[in-house]
Design a protein around this ligand. Sequence first.
Ligand code: SF4
Length: 370
Amino acid sequence: MQVLRSVCPYDCPDACGLLVHIDNGKAAKVEGDPEHPFTRGTLCPKMAHYERSVHSPRRIMTPLLRNGCKGSGEFTPVSWEEAIERIKTKWENIIAKYGAEAILPYSYAGTMGLVQRNVGHPFFYSLGASQLDRTICSPAKSYGWEAVMGQTMAPHTNEIHSSDLIVLWGIHALATNIHILHDINIAKQKGAKVWLIDTYETPTAQIADQVIVVRPGTDGALALGMMHVIARENLIDADFVNTYVQGYEELKNTVLPEYSPAAVSEITGLPAGVIEDMARQYAKAKAPFIRLGSGLSRYSNGAMTVRTITCLPALVGAWSKSGGGLLAGTTTGGALNTSKITREDFRETATRLVNMNQLGNALNCKIRQS
Ligand code: SF4
């Protein structure tokens, strides 16, 4: 049996190293590569038996032509040549009648890495199609982070080894960030405490010393309540704040009158005493480290929630301490110049931009963005 090195093809920032066992030209087994420095031989269940997906008889291997009503599930397999010819004819008619902007590519990622998810862009740019503003998943979180941190890169997960308080905030790490568990275990062996803040008690609670359950969409208010206590009791790192932080006085003038533990208790459902304790423990930790999840960024206040929580490490100077800080995501995709894949320079004229969250409005022609 031959063993080949590969990498997980999914849209997942961890990019697990794979060892693929080949038997008679077919993938027979997939396992984690123990020499991969970050993923360390651990795969999530999606990839642990990927050979079953690759060789599954249920895979769709040809284009399917719908021949019944929508939703009826009636399809006929057709050749690639026929599918392409049908699309070409239909699109030529659309373009002749309405112009190329009547065509909108609608896609995101999920099972695709950076190349696969972007490689269709040059075609649609050259066609002059409408553009899709891909807002559905991660942009709100990115805006929240960038509002505080600009283009600062996220800290390495090795930092966690030196932390004495790890806050898993809105992340079910056992399911969605398994590799960080290696780092958390190293810190725990040195005595670190782990908090889980979430809207319900996920199985990640089993690795946490304390579980804090908040009402959905109120994580930002919890952060403001903690800031109130930190400001009121002067638990800030004054040197760090004076040197590196902008807007602390304005923040203080908001959180002191408006976000007392009693007020935040009403919003979050947490007892005021718990909020006070959390603030003090967080501020007095030697090197508190927040691992921020993504679900909390998908409410209508998502970007502001991320922005607010991202302010916490600055107030207590956690960034200046080895093991302290905040990790919002492990992706390093931003380091790649994706314009070489997307080729926006193929676009010859300005075309409208449609927010994918407002597709219904766009189809009804009620919005026109540019
Ligand atoms: S955690 Fe799972 S989906 Fe993510 S890179 Fe690893 S195997 Fe792929």
